[in-house]
Design a protein around this ligand. Structure first.
Ligand code: AMP
Ligand code: MG
Length: 411
């Protein structure tokens, strides 16, 4: 059985990132939230675009006010008022100033702004009461960013700040990677959708909801294939068709060793190469990963138990999906932090064990509080609200409270 890090590197080696030429689409900036930038972005604009004032006050020549004080105020003639958005019409001469406001263009001839709090207005002149620093409160053209140099690198996720930068650069149409297409299907004769009445022995297909939401949150195009009964022909047909139109296909259930667990047999019949049959991890041991000779799709047969399915998704599928989607390696994750344990962690197994709970930032760094209740992989209920998975390494059975552990951040 493979260890977790072996399985992780096999999976990542099987993933080809989307192509930086063929897999690109041009979209409107306003619809780009969560998408991945495909090209580097530069601008022909300087930031700031013009020398402008950082404060409300008076624009003047520093040389005129270099020796002033409340006892020795220097009078200047106000020749113009410059609000934001207005193009100054006058050139400031020695002995002159312009009333200016935050964000307004500096007039030619002025090099410094004196804030209005240290100036006393008297009709069309002003007394300057304090000597400012030379060039005070002037935001010079190009001092934040110089035209022609790179602003944003490709392969980053676009969020509020990146989109604001692109808007400021007047990039209203941008190139992003297309969304990855991920198919999901749930196997099991016992499964029903949440709106169906439950007959004895049936179970709601919660995995379809868990995975589709987790995938949508990653900006993926989800192809929901629904519940497929444990019938070989139907399952085989569904998989054979789905691998032709998806980048990844995720199934849950049917990958264990029971009589109705058909997934691995079907994959073999479809000519797949199965790279992973199981992993020494708890929950999530029966993980199947395969690829196909005639399709680019990577297949993940996740375990059926709801917690196992999600833990496998967070630990193995999510980083692979980020690689596929085109993001930089540094962003693939998973994200681990070190946290101090509030309670003892127990594992009865030799496998690497993931226990769920809450990760909180305390005064001395992160703390991990184990979820109350059963940590059975079928118990979805107390997974709600969990923000981390604490890891008990292989062959360890107890980590006492107060010790530090690695915790995988989940959201
Ligand atoms: P299996 O791997 O198919 O034997 O499934 C393992 C356990 O997970 C069984 O108790 C199933 O009833 C349960 N299970 C399988 N698929 C789902 C699903 N889509 N949603 C919720 N539970 C499931
Ligand atoms: Mg099953």
């Amino acid at each position: 059985m493979l260890q977790v890090n072996e399985a992780e590197s096999i999976i990542l080696s099987l993933v080809q990132p989307l192509d930086s030429e063929r897999d690109i689409e041009t979209i409107d900036l306003l619809t780009s939230s969560g998408r991945i930038l495909a090209n580097p972005v530069t601008s022909e604009l300087n930031f700031p675009h013009w020398d402008n004032s950082a404060m409300d006050g008076y624009a003047l020549k520093f040389a005129d006010v270099k020796d002033c004080s409340p006892e020795n105020p220097i009078p200047l003639e106000i020749v113009e008022e410059i609000p934001a958005g207005y193009k100054p019409q006058k050139q400031i001469q020695s002995g002159q100033t312009a009333r200016i406001f935050t964000g307004a263009c500096m007039p030619i001839g002025a090099d410094t702004v004196v804030i209005q709090e240290v100036a006393q207005r008297e009709g069309n002149r002003v007394l300057i009461l304090e000597t400012p620093e030379p060039q005070a409160f002037v935001r010079y053209c190009g001092s934040f960013y110089q035209a022609g140099t790179p602003v944003l690198n490709p392969r980053i996720y676009l969020g509020a700040t990146e989109i604001a930068v692109l808007a400021a650069l007047q990039c209203t149409q941008i190139n992003v990677y297309r969304r990855a297409k991920v198919g999901i299907l749930s196997t099991g004769n016992e499964l029903v959708t949440p709106d169906q009445p439950l007959k004895h022995g049936q179970l709601v297909d919660s995995n379809q909801y868990a995975l589709s939401i987790a995938l949508e949150q990653m900006g993926v195009e989800v192809i929901k294939l629904g519940i497929v009964p444990d019938k070989r022909e139907i399952l085989q047909q569904t998989i054979a068709q789905a691998i032709l139109k998806t980048d990844f296909l995720l199934s849950t259930g049917g990958v264990s060793v029971g009589d109705y667990d058909y997934v691995q047999e079907i994959l073999t019949e479809l000519g797949a190469e199965i790279h992973i049959h199981s992993v020494a991890v708890k929950p999530g041991k029966p993980l199947t990963v395969a690829n196909f000779p005639n399709a680019k799709c990577l297949y993940f047969g996740l375990p059926g138990n709801p917690v196992s399915a999600l833990v496998s998704f967070w630990r193995f599928v999510q980083p692979a999906l980020k690689k596929l989607a085109g993001v930089n390696k540094a962003e693939w994750g998973p994200e681990f932090v070190t946290a101090r344990l509030v309670q003892d962690l127990h594992s009865k197994d030799k496998r690497e064990t993931y226990l769920w709970g809450q990760l909180n930032l305390g005064n001395d760094g992160y703390e991990f509080k184990l979820a109350v209740g059963s940590h059975h992989s079928g118990n979805l209920i107390n997974l709600a609200g969990a923000t981390g998975l604490a890891i008990v390494p292989m062959n360890e059975t107890l980590i006492p409270a107060g010790n530090s552990v690695q915790v995988l951040k989940i959201s």
